[in-house]
Write a protein that binds this ligand. Structure first.
Ligand SMILES: C[S@@+](CC[C@H](N)C(=O)[O-])C[C@H]1O[C@@H](n2cnc3c(N)ncnc32)[C@H](O)[C@@H]1O
Ligand code: SF4
Length: 394
């Protein structure tokens, strides 16, 4: 039996803390499956100009949500490993002057594993990054090509080895359920991959996102994707193999050894507070106006112009109703293997979880209640998470 993982970082009841997300919106090429806010530019990026704009945004959020202790910083993208280490350093320094940066803060940077980018790893470490998250995606050159990746398996493994030598912690991402991939091939690839893992690995099932090249290929019948039965088998294989190797899922797609969980992502999933800096970044800040859902301008150059004229790139800053907060709390918390505390839900939303609805989901085997009264999604409910959440929240 696969038991749900207990999260080693800190108790689920502890304050989830405050984190800062920084978005770098540029990539060398657009991958055909990706719908992240990422853009390709023919010319060099004026990093000094972006750094000034990042600093302005950080100062703005610091005024809006002062006196926080920053427990984590996450440079996401796009491809943050295209940033000069000096730019990364400048952003970290600005965060440390707007708030108190905890001495044990987790500072993660997402990196693509081409050899050019790996050359900058040492610089990121000196800038204060202490955790690298590498986009390996596949351990097979033909599949890397089909995913539009610009690195080989050898480069990816070289980058993982370098990250292991330079950083106290690192993680890497794989995508499974790729065109033409069967369960046996995934089992072998995953078993090999787990041999390279430090304390954390993210395993994402390929999603066909709207308006991507993969969507167009699928619609033209040119992409051989797993059917529902194979998708489920791939998910279950992932759970089995990782559990047997001491890397259980602590979230739908994230696996860690106890204590190796991503503290930054735990802030999101435990419904903590975070500032979103950079183009298209989201934030949740608790101010006198309530819990604000914030969003910045997505388009990089428009964001830059907006920050330069207004001092920040925020285009949306809306106080969430308690009902909306309750929905978000469940949507985030039920992704975690530790689940949610119904009393915490009631505190956030001002209403209890509907007891009849809850009992019927438990009876049907989609949810379970642990000995402390926490509610979590079962192995049977996990592949249907969105439906289960919608049902609890309704
Ligand atoms: C912000 S993205 C990419 C970071 C970095 N630019 C890279 O490509 O390695 C974070 C991760 O999301 C995953 N991902 C992106 N699009 C996906 C999709 N359509 N289906 C499944 N996983 C996806 C990839 O594993 C990727 O590493
Ligand atoms: S997957 Fe990563 S490298 Fe590819 S386009 Fe998206 S953000 Fe850029």
């Amino acid at each position: 039996m696969i038991r749900p993982a207990a999260i080693g970082v800190a108790s689920a009841d502890a304050d989830p803390g405050f984190g800062v997300y920084v978005h770098w919106p540029f990539c060398l090429a657009k991958c055909p499956y990706c719908d992240f806010n990422s853009h390709v530019r023919g010319a060099a990026i004026d990093e000094a100009r972006y750094l000034s704009a990042f600093k302005a945004e950080i100062a703005h959020r610091g005024t809006l949500a002062p006196r926080r202790i920053v427990r984590s910083v996450f440079f996401g993208g796009g491809t943050p490993s295209l940033m000069a280490p000096e730019t990364v350093q400048g952003v970290i320094d600005a965060i440390a002057s707007a708030w108190r940066l905890d001495k044990d803060a987790e500072i993660t940077l997402e990196a693509n594993p081409t050899s050019v980018e790996a050359e900058r790893f040492r610089g990121y470490r000196s800038a204060g990054v202490n955790r690298l998250s590498i986009g390996v995606q596949a351990l097979n050159d033909a599949d890397l090509k089909a995913l539009g990746r610009r690195h080989t398996v050898a480069e990816a493994l070289g980058a993982v080895k370098l990250a292991a030598a330079l950083f106290p912690r690192f993680s890497f991402d794989l995508i499974y359920g790729r065109p033409g991939q069967g369960a046996a091939a995934w089992r072998r690839e995953l078993a090999e991959a787990l041999g390279y893992v430090g304390d954390h690995v993210s395993l994402y099932q390929l999603t066909i996102e709207p308006d991507t090249m993969f969507e167009r290929l699928r619609d033209a019948g040119k992409l051989k994707l797993p059917d529902e039965e194979l998708s489920l088998a791939l998910f279950q294989t992932t759970r089995e193999v990782t559990y047997a190797r001491g890397l259980p899922a602590y979230e739908v797609s994230n696996h860690a050894r106890p204590g190796g969980e991503s503290r930054h992502n735990l802030i999101y999933w435990r419904y903590g507070e975070y500032a979103g800096i950079g183009p298209g970044a989201h934030g949740r800040l608790v101010t006198a106006k309530g819990r604000l859902a914030q969003e910045t301008e997505r388009h990089p150059e428009m964001w830059l112009t907006l920050v330069e004229s207004e001092g920040n790139g925020v285009i949306e800053s809306t106080p969430l109703s308690r009902e909306e907060q309750g929905d978000e709390f469940l949507l985030m918390g039920l992704r975690l293997s530790e689940g949610v505390d119904p009393r915490a839900f009631e505190k956030v939303s001002g209403r209890p979880i509907d007891p009849d609805r809850l009992e019927s989901l438990i009876e049907d085997g989609f949810l379970e209640r642990d000995e402390r009264g926490r509610i979590r999604v079962t192995a049977m409910g996990a592949p249907l998470l969105d439906t289960v959440v919608a049902d609890v929240a309704a």
